[in-house]
Design a protein around this ligand. Structure first.
Ligand code: ADP
Ligand code: ZN
Ligand code: MG
Length: 470
């Protein structure tokens, strides 16, 4: 029997606010343990939470960018559970009335573009972090009260690759909006994977398990592959899958039972009495919609229409800073493809840090691309000019004139140079003529060297070819 894997995701992303969701504690990552806490985020009796306005704004922006409807009425709820990472013994979250509903994203699926439905996006607070050492468990509460959005999808994915594609697209969007850094290695984006299998073609969903807290693309994929195999093996052997929460073991790549799946009743949700319901007017939502930047999907479309290769389009739209830089450069020049090529080959690797930064004015890069596009300089000179601009600013067109860097396209001049290179390399020429064609590249290289790298490469190739046939 063939089985089909069914996956639904619950993705938690930390919002990039300066302060926490219900108090003014800072949210910086990596501060000394328990240095960013106060009576509110520690849940001391008698304290009152106040909802951070930025959290709502960011979550609404995330909802709008993922095609959700924004609820004009939503409300915070208490989710009760006792675990030492949560000193309040309840988490303030949203249950029945989430902020964003019924959206979705089109991602690269197993057979072309695929729409993955988003059921809801709600806001909630993060819990602290437990540090397990040899004989004790320590608690760091700095993360208590860091704002999160939780994005819950419908069970629409059918493979590890589709799940990865969804998380990747969501991450690109949240980063483009600036609402979350989505640093997975710091736990800024974490994913719970719900997974079941069923006989291919069956209309009914199988019993599912939930794998908690995966914080890398690799772990998401590995966990799905392992768990889907495990469930298929159980069903094939005539057993039944138990509904439970499982943990992924990063060392072995396997999953293990953590606990029986809790149900909503276990959490005893009730409306948070200390925070009034949230009411957003259509005008509030409009104002936030107006703040949305051009989204990655729209950018991709625009770049593809410029004739950029798919791989370049993908890289350019992964990082908003890079994409913004590219847009400024192409606005200043006439050759977007060459601009993209120079940007990705010369500047991307020099840029340090998480998002692209570059000392070269985009207009300068555009000027170099235009010189190459017009045939004034060849591709390798263009690359050298671009690289030089990183070291310090100059006017590319003027420098090409002053230093004589222009491309050589004069056939007479090129033939003359080729003739003398041939006579200095008679042995090599004879070998090539005798059939060692692989050496022709070296010969062209020598000719190019004769012209200081400035010959028009295609013309040079043709003339060398012709000379060899003589
Ligand atoms: P819970 O009440 O446990 O939170 P939900 O119905 O809210 O369950 O679903 C949580 C997640 O589990 C969603 O992402 C949903 O798509 C996914 N899910 C639900 N049923 C299945 C299933 N049978 N197989 C795979 N994923 C599922
Ligand atoms: Zn606090
Ligand atoms: Mg749920």
């Amino acid at each position: 029997m063939n089985f089909e894997t069914v996956i639904g995701l619950e993705v938690h992303a930390e919002l990039a606010t300066k302060s926490k969701i219900f108090c003014s504690c800072p949210t910086d990552f990596g501060a000394p343990r328990n240095s960013q806490v106060c009576p509110i985020c520690l849940g001391h009796p008698g304290t009152l939470p106040r909802l951070n306005r930025k959290v709502v704004e960011y979550a609404v922006m995330a909802g709008l960018a993922t095609g959700c409807r924004i609820a004009e009425f939503s409300c915070m709820d208490r989710k009760n559970y006792f675990y030492p990472d949560l000193p309040k013994a309840y988490q303030i979250s949203q249950d029945a009335y989430p902020l964003c509903l019924d959206g979705g994203l089109t991602v690269e699926g197993d057979s072309g573009g695929k729409f993955i439905r988003i059921e809801r996006i709600h806001i909630e607070e993060d819990a602290g972090k437990l540090i397990h050492s040899r004989d004790e468990i320590l608690a760091d509460y700095n993360r208590c009260g860091i704002p999160l959005i939780e994005v819950v999808t419908a069970p629409d994915m059918r493979s590890a690759a589709e799940a990865r594609a969804f998380v990747s697209e969501l991450r690109t969007i949240l980063r483009c909006l600036g609402v979350s850094d989505c640093r997975m290695q710091e736990g800024g984006l974490r994913c719970d994977v719900n997974i079941s299998v069923r006989p291919t073609g069956s209309a009914k969903l199988g019993e599912r398990t939930e794998i908690k807290n995966l914080n890398s693309f690799q772990f998401i994929e590995k966990a799905i592959e392992y768990e889907s195999r495990r469930q298929i093996d159980i069903l094939t052997a005539g057993g039944t899958v138990r509904r439970e929460t499982r943990r992924f073991d990063e060392q072995t790549g396997t999953t293990h039972t953590l606990r029986e799946k809790e149900t909503a009743a276990d959490y005893r949700f009730f409306p948070e009495p200390d925070i009034p319901p949230l009411r957003l007017s259509p005008a509030d939502i409009e104002a936030l919609a107006a703040r949305l930047p051009e989204l990655p999907a729209a950018r991709r479309k625009r770049y593809a229409a410029l004739g950029l290769p798919a791989a370049d389009v993908h890289i350019l739209t992964e990082d908003r800073a890079l994409s913004d830089y590219f847009d400024r450069a192409i606005a200043a020049g006439k050759h977007p493809r060459i601009t993209a090529n120079l940007l990705l080959s010369e500047y991307l690797r020099l840029s340090e840090g998480e998002s692209f930064s570059c000392p070269v004015a985009p207009e300068r890069l555009a000027a170099v691309a235009d010189l190459a596009g017009a045939g004034t300089v060849n591709a390798s000179t263009a690359k050298k000019l671009a690289a030089r601009l990183w070291e310090g600013d100059f006017d590319p067109a003027e420098t090409v004139l002053r230093e004589g860097l222009g491309q050589i396209c004069d056939e007479g001049v090129l033939r003359e140079g080729i003739r003398s290179v041939f006579s200095e390399n008679e042995g090599l020429v004879a070998q090539i003529r005798a059939g060692k064609t692989a050496a022709a590249k070296a010969l062209v290289g020598k000719c190019m060297g004769r012209f200081g790298g400035r010959a028009e490469p295609r013309l040079l190739n043709r003339l060398v070819d012709e000379a060899l046939k003589k």
